[in-house]
Write a protein that binds this ligand. Structure first.
Ligand SMILES: *[C@@H]1O[C@H](CO)[C@@H](O)[C@H](O)[C@H]1NC(C)=O
Ligand SMILES: *[C@@H]1O[C@H](CO)[C@@H](O)[C@H](O)[C@H]1NC(C)=O
Ligand SMILES: *[C@@H]1O[C@H](CO)[C@@H](O)[C@H](O)[C@H]1NC(C)=O
Length: 434
């Protein structure tokens, strides 16, 4: 084989053709600049066999329509890397590139040459164990729309990775157990992809992980209870096909964000979970087949701004303890089986902008709550409140109340586990603490 045909085989044909057609004579472009600019795929324009074809400008022209290149292991041998750690991950990246089946934004055409730190989506930094080394420390593929059958052999082979963000791509497959050995990984976001298989149990072994976002995928099976005791700040697992059984006693957690919505719950809302989640700002439990009564401990979610437990089977009264959630802006219990009176102390919360209680079986609303109805904050449509419009038919309400409905610890429904709550003095219905 001639040198030219070797290069044709190793590199991309079209660049060579383009360069030959353009018949550009050698310019003063430096080899280094060219490598950074157009990388391995363009070496046909700038190598010792084709010195007459050097031109950054013209060789770079065909890039607009560059197809995905196959990995080029033999060229990798001659590439010079800024650090050994980059040389190690180069074949890993090229292998991953070779299994990418769709790249509508042309991201991977930048994944050429030895300067991995300039690849689109890759970021380098000094690894924690050696301040003078350079390694791939983070990946941000968010919104790249890449399709690949798996992250196996890629993510788990990036030993210095600290952040991996790949939301809104089209990645499939399961998440390998092998990611457990990624000792620096603290943020993992693979949301809005097509991942399937069981909960990625490998994350349980990753003590440094603080952010786990796997929402909007097709994961199935039981969520291990240990995940709730992990040192996570944020756990987003909503919109999968998980089965979730919330453990009752989990001690204190670090969670600031927890979204479990649109999965399947097994069993009731355990009392003590709220004590553990007292730092939570957002609690999303909607569409989750939650059953049973709402324990007063929900009032311990003192940082909560948004609570959405709509479209479940929750029953009983709304606990007065909700009055303790002084930051609460949105509370949604629409479409459950709640009844009784809407607590006036709840309607007195100053930051409330949206209180959705429609499609339940409430029977009474007091003056504070009526003010909120007028303001459009409180929605109690399709309940059983006799003097309000848009309520359920009388027979429907009668049928519901024909069955006796009890909650445990009924005393606790008037209990307010915080010393300060708005309008305390003006609320007549207050019951004494137990
Ligand atoms: C740290 O990294 C530099 C650059 O890769 C390397 O030369 C050096 O040997 C490394 N030091 C240790 C202790 O591994
Ligand atoms: C994702 O990949 C599947 C299968 O390859 C394909 O049918 C689908 O159109 C892709 N979706 C997007 C948003 O690229
Ligand atoms: C309140 O929240 C519900 C549920 O998210 C939403 O459908 C409704 O439009 C909101 N109402 C207002 C006034 O923002």
């Amino acid at each position: 084989m001639s040198n030219i045909s070797k290069i044709v085989a190793l590199s991309s044909v079209y660049i060579l053709v383009a360069c030959l057609i353009l018949n550009i004579t050698a310019q003063d472009s430096s080899r280094e600049a060219l490598e950074i600019e157009i990388g391995v795929g363009s070496k046909g324009c700038n190598n010792e066999h084709h010195n007459t074809l050097q031109s950054t400008l013209h060789c770079a022209l065909p890039r607009t329509n560059m197809p995905t290149l196959p990995p080029l292991p033999s060229l990798a041998e001659v590439l010079v890397f800024a650090d050994q750690r980059l040389a190690v991950v180069y074949p890993v990246i090229q292998k991953f590139k070779s299994i990418i089946t769709s790249d509508p934004l042309g991201i991977t055409k930048t994944w050429v040459g030895s300067d991995i730190c300039k690849y689109k989506g890759f970021y380098c930094d000094n690894p924690p164990d050696n301040a003078s080394a350079i390694a791939v420390a983070s990946i941000d593929f968010n919104g790249f729309q890449l399709s690949a059958p798996s992250l196996d052999g890629f993510l788990d082979q990036l030993p210095d990775i600290a952040l991996f963000h790949a939301n809104s791509n089209n990645f499939t497959g399961t998440l390998s157990e092998k990611i457990a050995k990624l000792r620096y990984l603290y943020e993992l976001d693979i949301s809005n992809n097509q991942f399937s298989g069981p909960f990625p149990a490998a994350v349980l072994a990753m003590s440094g992980l603080t952010f786990l976002d796997i929402r909007f995928n097709f994961f199935t099976g039981l969520v291990p209870a240990q995940i709730f005791t992990q040192n996570l700040d944020a756990l987003f697992i909503n919109n999968n096909n998980f089965m979730i059984q919330l453990p009752d006693n989990i001690g204190n957690t670090h969670f600031l964000y927890l979204t479990l919505a649109n999965n399947k719950f097994i069993g009731p809302l355990p009392r003590n979970i709220f004590r553990a989640f007292s730092n939570l700002a957002e609690v999303l439990l909607l569409n989750d087949q939650l059953i049973g009564c709402i324990p007063y401990e929900i009032g311990l979610l003192k940082e909560a701004v948004v609570i959405d437990a709509s479209n479940n089977q929750l029953t009983g009264h709304l606990p007065f303890s909700l009055a303790c959630l002084k930051n609460l802006e949105q509370l949604n219990f629409a479409n459950n089986l709640l009844f009784g009176m809407v607590p006036e102390v709840l309607c007195g919360l100053e930051n409330l902008v949206n209180l959705s209680l429609s499609d339940n079986y409430f029977m009474h609303v007091g003056p504070f709550c009526r003010v909120l109805i007028e303001k459009g904050v409180l929605d109690v449509r399709n309940n059983c409140i006799p003097d309000l419009p848009f309520q359920r038919p009388v027979m429907e309400c009668a049928n519901f109340f024909a069955h006796p409905r009890f909650c445990p610890r009924m005393w606790s429904y008037n209990y307010i586990p915080c010393s300060h709550f708005p309008h305390s003095s003006s609320i007549p219905e207050m019951a004494p603490s137990p």
